[in-house]
Design a protein around this ligand. Structure first.
Ligand SMILES: *Cc1c(COP(=O)(O)O)cnc(C)c1O
Length: 413
């Protein structure tokens, strides 16, 4: 008989029940590490690639080689991988402004995009320069319980539809995450009727969670953040965009200037953390997934709803837990913060964060500011008070933090 109130016992029981799942994750880590390793050998990565550059950055070998590594890893033609891309939102925004023209229509196949995209698209807020202000229209299609509603997407394509956006991760929503292979039916169906439409994927939180990536299944372009999965916890900043030459040529005009594109851009820091982070990423993502599974298992045993459930297929590193009350949500986030290696004395409170419509609480005591591949927990303060937890550079850290959170929440569970 389990003592549900004894966090150590509860965690130990969940951990042993997860043994086979953990073994499967480690097997994937090995496959993905081999893939990365072979690409490093193919590109003959050497110390000189880590050197800093300055000025225009013509023929920056560290930058160009890193971009080729990403393109090959994602089995596509080109990539832009830059410390100058400030965030995932910036990378996604560059894609949209690069691909869309006045009069075009943007269609989201996965409901409303991530909160920070609202102002980019012009769904909310009044920031100048949105797509809406540029004359781009937008619509989104509800998903079914299992994923993308392909016939519904096809039904709302217009002659002026230029980009169909698929968001892999659920963001601050409780809809299903879309695995790369589950995007394939949409991609095939759209290409059959409208090969001129760009299939774009928001791949944030997705890299290295599965053996495949969306570009393997026919996406034209995909973007993500380097301070999430693919930076491996080491990349200090940055974002990436990978895709076909046709798509990247349009996007690179928004990276710098039309006609200059991705030929310039120097970096006075070292590129080493970007390479080393990519090398570490399959391992880091594996550790983060173990933390997510353990967290889900524990809260399920406590009778709470988790998304994804322990047994469900995973396509990103996010673990959502329905806390049901604001008190639990705040207590959990504060406990995660207190168990962080950095800023453990900070006490997170809900606040009005730029780009988000509800108040948000965020726990992130991270080495890289705001890096959510490091253990972090956050969510908008709205019913049903869902905490979105992600990351953990090491499994041990995630497990310790979870145990301390349970101790702190004892009287609320
Ligand atoms: C993190 C994330 C983004 C971008 O967020 P930034 O904080 O700007 O890096 C976009 N979409 C999804 C689904 C995300 O998880």
């Amino acid at each position: 008989m389990t003592d549900m109130k004894n966090p150590s016992v509860l965690i130990a029981e969940c951990e042993s029940a997860l043994k086979d799942r953990f073994a499967a994750l480690e097997a994937r880590e090995e496959r993905l590490t081999a893939r990365v390793l072979d690409l490093f050998a193919e590109e003959q990565v050497a110390l000189r690639h880590f050197n800093s550059t300055n000025g225009y950055g013509y023929d920056d070998q560290g930058r160009d080689t890193l971009e080729r590594l990403y393109a090959k890893l994602f089995r596509t033609e080109a990539a832009i991988v830059r410390p100058q891309i400030a965030s995932g939102t910036h990378a996604l925004s560059m894609c949209l402004f690069g691909l869309l023209r006045p009069g075009d229509h943007l269609l989201s196949a996965t409901e409303k995009p991530y909160d920070t995209m609202d102002e980019v698209i012009g769904i909310a807020g009044d920031a100048p320069g949105s797509l809406k202000e540029m004359g781009v229209t937008f619509s989104s299609v509800p998903m079914t319980e299992t994923g993308i509603d392909v016939p519904a997407v096809l039904a709302v394509i217009r002659p002026e539809t230029r980009v169909i956006l698929t968001q892999r991760s659920r963001g601050y929503a409780l809809r299903p995450t879309v695995a790369p292979e589950d995007m394939a039916p949409l991609f095939r169906a759209v290409k059959a009727v409208r090969p001129d439409i760009f299939l774009m994927v928001d791949n944030c939180y997705g890299e290295f969670v599965c053996d495949e990536e969306p570009l393997f299944y026919g996406a034209d372009v995909m973007a993500g953040s380097l301070i999430k999965n693919i930076g491996g916890g080491l990349a200090p900043t940055g974002g990436y965009i990978a895709g076909t030459e046709a798509a990247i040529r349009r996007v690179e005009a928004r990276l710098t200037a039309p006609g200059i594109g991705r030929e310039v851009g120097s970096y006075a820091g070292s590129y080493r953390p970007f390479y080393q982070g990519l090398f570490m990423a399959p391992h880091t993502v594996c550790e983060a997934l173990k933390v997510s599974l353990l967290t889900a298992a524990v809260f399920e045993r406590l009778g709470m709803k988790t998304v994804p459930a322990v047994d469900a297929k995973r396509a990103d590193i996010i673990q959502a837990i329905r806390m049901e009350t604001p008190e639990r949500m705040v207590a959990y986030c504060q406990a995660i913060q207190a168990a962080s290696p950095v800023d453990s004395n900070a006490v997170p409170e809900p606040w009005d964060m730029p780009g988000y419509q509800d108040q948000v609480i965020m726990a992130a005591g991270t080495f890289v500011a705001g890096a959510s591949i490091e253990l972090s927990a956050d969510g908008p303060m709205r019913d049903p008070y869902v905490v979105y937890q992600q990351g953990g550079l090491t499994y041990a850290h995630g497990k310790i933090a979870l145990r301390r959170a349970l101790e702190r929440m004892k009287d609320m569970l």
